[in-house]
Ligand binder design. Structure first.
Ligand SMILES: *Cc1c(COP(=O)(O)O)cnc(C)c1O
Length: 489
């Protein structure tokens, strides 16, 4: 399968590339990104034949339907990393919470957030491509707290790859920061930035698109790529668990094969939801995809009104920081898929120039046949956390936003798969506050009181972080990022 450019071709980039090209060089003409030229049709037979497949078997089948140019042995090695999740035979448990609401838990990997679902296998795929081509890569990652740890974890000590990971200093939880600053490997550099996540992501996009930066790297025979979900290598692994979760509902006798469900996705950069969109296009019976946001409700606005309006907006820090995003990168792939490259280029240019675009009525109604959206205030989120806990389910504040969308966005009484994107350990002060009213400045106090309240143990990999030495201490102004990275390599 080939990948084509979301904003059309400017003559400098290839119009069509293979999967491996698209993941090694994710940026295309006019600052666009690569999207699949067509999608495989999985159909009812595929779903039926995989009703009893385990996660890895299903994943292998989905990837093979995409016809990507990665050797089966590499794919096997990549998927084998799911064996290190909490339950090797089912890395993604789906739990019934109440009535029609089922939660698909995407955080049972090494860094306790959903980013491991894609980044674990992606690390193997990218590093083995680099080795095979005898090339070296610098991978840039911008993180609000979960991508960073997952990218560092997957690439640490891998051959032919170095990682520079930028995070907003003060914008992450203690656990997230410790997961990054205690990562000790010569091929990893962690950089705290005085700014917010959008600053880190803008710096990443600027560097990816900068000829000057690229040629400085090439002098050292280093190529440039990215670990964010602009990279399709992430998205492809994020289609699989939507299909798996649906099949889980069939296995649990919650639905019959063919019944429609809602997918309910806590969204920021829209990579998770995009995976759901592709799964739906590939034939998964989905009624609609519910997009849950926090107070940074740009996606709710877009889906309700067709306006993407950044003019009077700045990022508001919330208790679900992984969704404190206004420039949501993967919306571009939806625009491209629904409206084509010319229109996408026009809209993205308007957004660059005027910080605003407005979809036509026709375009909006097309969007609304696929998506519905709502946002959840921090206080509402805490109420949902408390209510769910009272019924025996402990969840993080990102997952809580889905509970709001479940309450407000469904117009049919269909079973709903809400995605839980982080373990409670990653955002413990908010959860402790929701459960007991206490205010903790440090994660360790909150972790202990939740563990006590819920009568569970703090997982060893989280507890151990607090005793590890800090080896990455760089915090800089955003204007010095390029220099810092060049010094590192
Ligand atoms: C990254 C992340 C999200 C948002 O996912 P997108 O694919 O960027 O929409 C939500 N919750 C958590 C915990 C995350 O780490």
């Amino acid at each position: 399968m080939n990948f084509i450019e979301t904003r059309g071709n400017d003559g400098k980039y290839s119009e069509k590339v293979s999967f491996s090209e698209a993941i090694l060089n994710p940026i295309s003409s006019f600052g666009g990104i690569y999207s699949p030229e067509s999608l495989p049709d999985l159909g009812a037979d595929f779903l039926n034949s995989h009703l009893n497949s385990n996660y890895k078997t299903l994943a292998r089948a989905v990837l093979s339907a995409f016809e990507i140019d990665i050797e089966p042995a590499v794919i096997d090695e990549a998927l084998a990393l799911y064996d290190n999740f909490d339950n090797a035979s089912n890395p993604v448990p789906v739990v019934k919470v109440n009535d029609d609401l089922y939660v698909s838990e995407l955080w049972h990997g090494p860094t306790r957030a959903f980013k491991d679902m894609a980044l674990q296998p992606f690390g193997i795929v990218l590093s083995s491509l680099a080795q095979k081509r005898n090339e070296n890569y610098l991978i840039l990652a911008a993180t609000s707290g979960d991508t960073g740890p997952a990218a560092l974890e997957t690439f640490k000590n891998r051959a032919n790859v170095q990682v520079a990971c930028m995070y907003p200093d003060g914008g992450t939880s203690d656990v997230q920061r410790l997961q990054m600053v205690t990562e000790d490997a010569p091929n990893l550099k962690v950089i705290g930035i005085k700014g917010d996540f959008d600053d880190a992501q803008s710096a990443l996009k600027r560097l990816l698109g900068s000829e000057a930066f690229r040629s400085k790297l090439l002098e050292k025979r280093i190529n440039l790529s990215a670990a964010n979900s602009v990279n399709f290598g992430r998205i492809i692994f994020q289609t699989i668990y939507h299909i798996h979760s649906y099949l889980e509902l069939v296995r649990q006798n919650a639905i019959n094969m063919g019944d429609k469900v809602y997918l309910d996705v806590p969204s920021g950069n829209f990579g998770n939801a995009l995976g759901g969109y592709y799964a739906m296009k590939m034939g998964l019976p989905v009624e609609k995809i519910l997009i849950a946001s926090n107070k940074n409700n740009i996606l709710t606005q877009l889906i309700k009104t067709g306006a993407y309006d950044l003019r009077s907006q700045s990022v508001i820090p919330t208790t679900s920081p992984a969704m404190d995003i206004l420039k949501s990168s993967n919306i571009e792939r939806i625009l491209f898929d629904l409206f084509g490259n010319q229109r996408t280029r026009e809209l993205m240019q308007e957004l660059d120039n005027d910080k605003y675009y407005q979809l036509t009525d026709d375009e909006l109604s097309k969007i609304q046949t696929i998506f519905a959206a709502d946002f959840c205030e921090d206080d509402e989120g805490k109420t949902y956390i408390k209510q769910a806990f009272a019924k025996g389910y402990l969840m993080d504040p990102h997952t809580a936003t889905c509970f709001k969308a479940y309450d407000t966005c469904r117009d049919k009484k269909l079973k709903t798969i809400a995605y839980s994107t982080a373990e409670w350990t990653k955002f413990s002060p908010v959860i402790a506050n929701a459960l007991t009213g206490e205010i903790d400045t440090h994660d360790i106090d909150a972790l202990e009181s939740i563990a006590k309240e819920a009568n569970i143990e703090i997982p060893g990999i989280i507890k151990g972080l607090f005793d590890k030495p800090i080896v990455q201490s760089t915090v800089i102004d955003k204007k010095n990022i390029e220099t810092e990275i060049l010094n590192f390599i």
